[in-house]
Design a protein around this ligand. Structure first.
Ligand code: FAD
Length: 366
C-alpha cells in the first residue's frame, strides 16, 4: 500500500478533538488503546449550559465504557496523528511518501495511474481519496464543485489548565449555548491543557482557508460580550486564538458517489461535516475500518477490487449522511434565539441526558 501525502514534514496539527466510543472502539481494535490512554483525557461528564446565565441546562454523566464498551475521549489532534502515524510506520506493507501532492488519476480496466504535482507517477490496483475537504480525487471523480462556506467561524485556543482558577478546571466537556454562537471546552494532553472553541454564526463572510490569528481575540471578545462572567474569564485566559472558516457539503446521495470502479473516497473527501456533533474524524476512522474489512475480502479472493470498494461504499454512505444531517441540525439547535431558545432550554432541563445520549451513533459497530 502506498500513501501519498502532500505535506513534506508533519508539524503542529490543529487543536483538540473529541472521539466518541464509536471511534475509540476502533482504535482499541487496531491495538492502539494503550497509546490512546497515554495521551487522551476521559471527561467524567458532558454538560450543556446557557452562555448568558452560565446555568447548567443538562448533564450526561460519562458512561460510554459501560454503555458502549469504549470510552469517550478528548485529545490533541497532534497526539492522535502521532499514534496513527506510528502505527502506519510499523506496517511493512505501507509505504508513506511525504511531499507527494496528488494532481490527477487515470483509471483503466486493469489499474489506476496516479499523476503527482511534481511530475512523478505511480500505479496501483485502486485509489482511495482520503485527501480531505479540498479533495483533488473527489474533484476529478465527481466534478461536483467546491465545498461551501457554512457562514460560521471557529476560534480555537489551548489554555494551560494549571493557569485557570479551580472552578474552571472541571474534568468535563462543557458546551455553552448562546444566541448564534456556542462555546465548547474540554481537556486534552492527559488533562494538562484545556481546548476551547468558540463558534460564531454569520460573523464574517470572508473565506479563511485555515488558521489565522489576526484580530481573533477581539472578535472573540465581541462574540462573548453578552455571555456570563465565567465564560468571559475563560476566553480572556487564552494566550492566542486560531480562526477557521467552516465549510461543508450536502451528503452523498448514493453509494456510487462514494466508490465507483477502482476509485473510492474516505473521510472529509466523501462527507465533510459541521463540527456540531464532533464526529468528522470519527467518521473517517469508521470508514477506514470498513474499508479494511472490504479489502480483506478481496485479499481472501471472495470479491474483486471493484466489488470490494462498492461493498465499502454501501456500508458507509448512509451512515455518514445521517451523521452529517444530525450535525447540521445540532448547529441550528445550539444557536437558537427567542422563544425557540427558551423551549430548547426547557426540553434540555426535562430530558437532557436522554437527548444528549445517542445510541445509534455511539453504539455503531458493537
Ligand atoms: C472546528 C472543528 C472542530 C472539529 N472537532 C471535531 C471533533 O471534536 N471530533 C471529530 O471527530 N472531528 C472533528 N472535526 C472534524 C475533523 O477535523 C475532520 O473531519 C477530520 O480531520 C477529517 O479527516 P480526513 O483525514 O478525512 O481529512 P484531513 O484531516 O483534512 O486530512 C487530509 C490529508 O490529505 C492531505 N492532502 C490533501 N490534498 C492532498 C493532495 N492533493 N495530495 C496529497 N495529500 C493531500 C492533507 O495534507 C491531509 O494530511 C472538527 C473540525 C473542525 C473544523
Amino acid at each position: 500500500m502506498q500513501l501519498f501525502e502532500q505535506t513534506a514534514a508533519f508539524s503542529e496539527v490543529g487543536a483538540g478533538l473529541q472521539l466518541g466510543p464509536n471511534a475509540t472502539r476502533i482504535l482499541q481494535a487496531w491495538g492502539l488503546g494503550a497509546a490512546l490512554d497515554g495521551v487522551a483525557a476521559f471527561p467524567e461528564r458532558i454538560v450543556a449550559r446557557s452562555s448568558t446565565s452560565g446555568r447548567e441546562l443538562a448533564c450526561l454523566p460519562q458512561q460510554a465504557l459501560q454503555r458502549y464498551g469504549a470510552p469517550y475521549a478528548t485529545l490533541h489532534r497532534r497526539d492522535l496523528h502521532a499514534i496513527l502515524l506510528q502505527a502506519v510506520q510499523t506496517q511493512a506493507a505501507a509505504q508513506l511518501h511525504l511531499g507527494s501532492a496528488v494532481d490527477r488519476f487515470e483509471e483503466s480496466v486493469q489499474a489506476v495511474q496516479l499523476q503527482l504535482m511534481d511530475g512523478r507517477q505511480a500505479q496501483g490496483d485502486a485509489l482511495i481519496g482520503a485527501d480531505g475537504l479540498w479533495s483533488r480525487v473527489r474533484e476529478q471523480a465527481l466534478a461536483d464543485g467546491r465545498a461551501q462556506p457554512t457562514g460560521h467561524l471557529a476560534y480555537r485556543t489551548l489554555i494551560a489548565r494549571a493557569d485557570l482558577p479551580a472552578a474552571l478546571r472541571a474534568h468535563e466537556v462543557s458546551v455553552w449555548l448562546g444566541v448564534r454562537q456556542h462555546v465548547v471546552a474540554y481537556p486534552v494532553r492527559g488533562g494538562q491543557w484545556l481546548n476551547l472553541v468558540v463558534i460564531v454564526q454569520g460573523a464574517a463572510s470572508q473565506e479563511l482557508p485555515g488558521w489565522d490569528d489576526v484580530g481573533a481575540a477581539a472578535d472573540v471578545r465581541q462574540a462573548l460580550a453578552n455571555c456570563c462572567s465565567t465564560l468571559q474569564a475563560l476566553a480572556e485566559a487564552a494566550p492566542s486564538w486560531g480562526r477557521w472558516s467552516l465549510y461543508d457539503r450536502a451528503p452523498l446521495s448514493s453509494a456510487a458517489q462514494m466508490a465507483g470502479g477502482r476509485i473510492a473516497l474516505l473521510g472529509d473527501a466523501a462527507h465533510p461535516m459541521r463540527p456540531f456533533l464532533a464526529q468528522g474524524a470519527a467518521m473517517a476512522i469508521e470508514d477506514a475500518t470498513e474499508l479494511g474489512a472490504a479489502l480483506a475480502m478481496q485479499r481472501a479472493g471472495q470479491v474483486d477490487i471493484t466489488a470490494a470498494l462498492a461493498h465499502y461504499a454501501q456500508q458507509r454512505w448512509q451512515r455518514a449522511a445521517r451523521v452529517q444531517a444530525r450535525a447540521r441540525r445540532n448547529g441550528q439547535i445550539f444557536h437558537l434565539a427567542g422563544p425557540l431558545r427558551l423551549a430548547r432550554n426547557i426540553a434540555l432541563q426535562l430530558a437532557g441526558s436522554r437527548l444528549m445520549d445517542l445510541p445509534w451513533l455511539y453504539g455503531h459497530g458493537r
